[in-house]
Design a protein around this ligand. Structure first.
Ligand code: FMN
Length: 172
């Protein structure tokens, strides 16, 4: 599959089979995330892989949607806001962008290997950071389940705006 075909085919998956994710698959998607670019190559993103049933059960307090926990693996993308690039003129941080690029690499690599994911940012950050034992300077940006899709039915609207609606030339 070409990259553009992969991008066209990928969907957010909200129903998973309980089949375990193999170590090779897990290593491959984490490697894809590791290769992501980041501002000034500071690489502020860390991925926490949550597989232990007790930890998964506890983490459910931070995101209670049942479908999310049908996947055998959860990956939490965390960022170190103290070690990311900040724009000199206004202090704007690259942290969320860096984490997002890395997670998107992971998401696409997962789909290439027949594994589903779904970005989730609607978690409750207070229990999430406690249950993931995040140090003060680390922030959870997004989580995703990782596993074999059970179905792609009922996954919402995949339509994208036409190109003409999202591109302007020369100025706004
Ligand atoms: C930054 C971000 C946050 C998201 N947060 C959630 C979420 O909390 N819960 C959820 O079910 N989906 C979430 N999604 C998934 C989007 O709803 C989904 O990507 C979008 O509807 C397009 O569908 P597709 O991924 O199948 O192309 C999020 C996606 C992104 C990029």
């Amino acid at each position: 599959m070409t990259l553009i075909d992969l991008m066209r085919a990928r969907r957010s998956v909200r129903a998973y089979l309980p089949d375990p994710v193999g170590d090779d698959d897990l290593a491959a998607v984490l490697e894809a995330a590791r290769l992501a670019p980041s501002a000034r190559n500071l690489q502020p993103t860390t991925f926490i892989v949550v597989r232990e049933p007790a930890n998964r059960a506890a983490l459910q307090a931070a995101y209670e949607r049942e479908w999310f926990w049908t996947a055998p693996v959860v990956i939490a993308a965390c960022v170190d806001r103290t070690s990311c690039w900040k724009r000199r003129q206004d202090g704007r941080s690259s942290a969320d962008i860096d984490a997002a690029i890395a997670l998107d690499h992971l998401v696409l690599a997962a789909w290439e290997r027949g594994l589903g994911t779904c970005w989730v940012c609607a978690f409750d950050p207070v229990p999430a950071r406690r249950l993931l034992a995040l140090p003060e300077h680390i922030e959870l940006v997004a989580m995703t389940p990782l596993g074999r899709p059970a179905t792609l039915e009922g996954q919402g609207n995949p339509e994208r705006k036409p190109l003409a609606a999202v591109v302007r030339y020369e100025r706004w």
